[in-house]
Design a protein around this ligand. Structure first.
Ligand code: GLN
Length: 303
């Protein structure tokens, strides 16, 4: 199969779609990114990497960081995090808090903001610096030592982060945070503000296509843990559009409001797309179209 040719064709095909949807503006620094950017990268489990379009331009990974904070916590703690966060799709937007009171402060899953705050809190207790540990993992797995936090994006979100702050305080009121609210929020905003390209992210998420085996060939996650992270990505990684994403793409995937999406083909490869213009659920509009086309053409799907 001509993977390089296929992704080049798909990037050209979805380019017109980048003028639909909207770039996230509730974090002001994200609102300044030109919507016509589009990149795609495929990193095969056995090493080959293919890229097209703006695949080497760094962007704000935002909620994609939640996959790596969860994987890190599981790598230290096996599965004890699941007492503090559930693993059911929420059917609600990523920043919704309507279910949190009924669920007594236990978020529905680790990929909505409330759940990710709990995971970051746990990682903070385990490592002393959650954002730095996520950055360390991403540098190591991507092979790019320059991966870093964009302080402007982090500050921009902190300044406008009233909703996440409210959520963190609400979690604390249920005793579901171990660290001070301010510190948890700072780490969460910093991990979301990490900047990476499609290439960096595809390389960094490759362990999920390899039963948890890291870039260095050693186990980072156990195979059952890798399977479980992928399962939660499939059911919860694109929020209230997880059903639609499974229908159209058919893979575990995780999106971020910076317009990136990581998708995993277990046993084969990891795929990233980036197009900053989002649909109404906060997922890259052209990105989902590109992934849908790729899995349809190649048959790479878990279904
Ligand atoms: N940092 C963003 C927020 O908390 C992440 C959301 C996202 O990417 N879906 O709102």
């Amino acid at each position: 199969m001509d993977i390089q040719g296929t992704i080049e064709e798909i990037v050209a095909m979805v380019a017109p779609l980048t003028s639909y949807g909207e770039v996230a503006s509730y974090i002001p620094s994200l609102g300044r990114v030109p919507p016509e950017n589009f990149g795609m990268c495929v990193a095969m489990a056995d090493g080959a990497v293919y890229g097209a379009g703006d695949w080497q331009k760094p962007f704000s990974i935002q909620s994609i960081s939640k996959v790596f904070s969860l994987a890190l916590v599981m790598s230290y703690d096996y599965d004890s995090i699941w007492v503090r966060v559930a693993r059911e799709p929420s059917g609600n937007p990523f920043n919704s808090m309507v279910q949190l009171e009924a669920d007594k402060g236990v978020p529905r899953n680790p990929f909505i903001n409330a759940g990710a705050l709990v995971v970051t809190d746990r990682l903070l207790s385990l490592t002393g610096d959650a954002a730095a540990s996520v950055r360390g993992l991403l540098r190591k797995e991507s092979g790019n030592p320059t991966v870093d936090i964009d302080p402007v994006a982090a500050a921009s979100e902190a300044e406008h982060g009233h909703r996440n702050a409210a959520m963190a305080h609400f979690l604390a009121s249920y005793g579901n945070l171990e660290n001070p609210v301010g510190l948890v929020l700072e780490n969460y905003f910093n991990q979301c503000a990490l900047e990476m390209s499609c290439e960096d992210l595809a390389r960094a998420s490759r362990f999920l296509s390899r039963d948890g085996v890291s870039s260095g060939g050693t186990p980072f996650l156990m195979p059952d843990q890798s399977k479980r992270v992928n399962a939660v990505m499939l059911t919860c990684g694109t929020y209230d559009a997880a059903g639609e994403f499974a229908y159209r793409v058919g893979l575990p995937g995780k999106s971020g409001v910076g317009g990136g999406i990581v998708a995993i083909v277990p046993g084969r490869c990891s795929i990233t797309v980036w197009g900053p213009s989002l649909d109404s659920n906060g997922n890259s509009l052209a990105g989902i179209a590109a992934l849908s086309e790729l899995t349809t053409r190649t048959g790479w799907s878990v279904f």
